[in-house]
Design a protein around this ligand. Structure first.
Ligand SMILES: [Zn+2]
Length: 227
């Protein structure tokens, strides 16, 4: 059971920042090849995975074994990722699919949610989800597609995480955030230098709700999948 203390206001589902503000609960993302240099802090929470940009076929099996070792050893690694498929980067697609599939099977066996990096590859990713009969929720980080894709993800028991892109007034994501089922969203900073509160404020404004309502909702969503 993952305890979120009472003074937490903001859940940040995916971030590359290594520090925590007092009122934030953050899942800090670790790239698997960075793990050996990591100073693990027991009071913090992490995700770890093989990012599709950094696949090196020579090391794949070793890195997969590393993931299993990390999850077996450390209770505060609560999600697998970021992992996924990126059709914009020129990395062999079959290789990407293989590495992602292997990771999702590890996540399934350990009952860990997956933080998904997905760029123009929603159909590929959902196909893999069906092929392996995945049951654990997948969180599509920095979601930036349209409402049809969002609904398709939700239909497959997946979540959309909203990042700093929502701060851009003219982005089509504004319309998506207005209409998406709020039971299936998370909020993240990823590489964003600003504060997570800015993103919460913007989403709350779009939805016409108070920030405190959004905070309660995201906490509820979090508790639904991190048990
Ligand atoms: Zn990231």
């Amino acid at each position: 059971m993952i305890k979120v203390s009472k003074n937490i206001s903001f859940i940040d589902i995916h971030s590359h920042k290594s520090f925590n503000n007092e009122n934030e609960f953050r899942i800090q993302n670790i790239m698997s090849y960075d793990f050996d240099n990591l100073n693990i802090i027991a009071s913090k929470y992490y995700s770890i995975g093989i990012h599709p940009w950094f696949i090196n076929s020579k090391n794949t099996e070793r890195e997969l074994e590393k993931l299993k070792m990390v999850f077996a050893k450390y209770k505060n690694f609560i999600a697998l990722g970021e992992a996924g498929i990126d059709r914009v980067k020129s990395i062999n697609l079959d290789e990407q699919k293989y590495v992602f599939t292997q990771q999702t099977m590890i996540a399934e066996s350990l009952n860990k949610p997956v933080i998904v990096h997905c760029v123009r590859a929603y159909m590929d990713v959902l196909e893999i989800r069906k092929t392996i009969h995945a049951k654990v929720p997948w969180i599509f980080h920095e979601f930036s597609e349209n409402i049809q894709v969002a609904n398709q993800l939700i239909h497959n028991s997946c979540y959309a995480s909203i990042g700093s892109r929502i701060l851009n007034e003219n982005d089509k994501l504004n319309e998506v955030v207005k209409n998406i089922d709020i039971n299936y969203i998370f909020v993240e900073t990823d590489e964003f230098e600003g504060c997570i509160s800015e993103i919460y404020e913007k989403i709350a404004k779009i939805r016409g709700i108070k920030v405190s309502q959004l905070q309660r909702q995201v906490l509820k969503n979090f508790k639904n999948i991190f048990k």
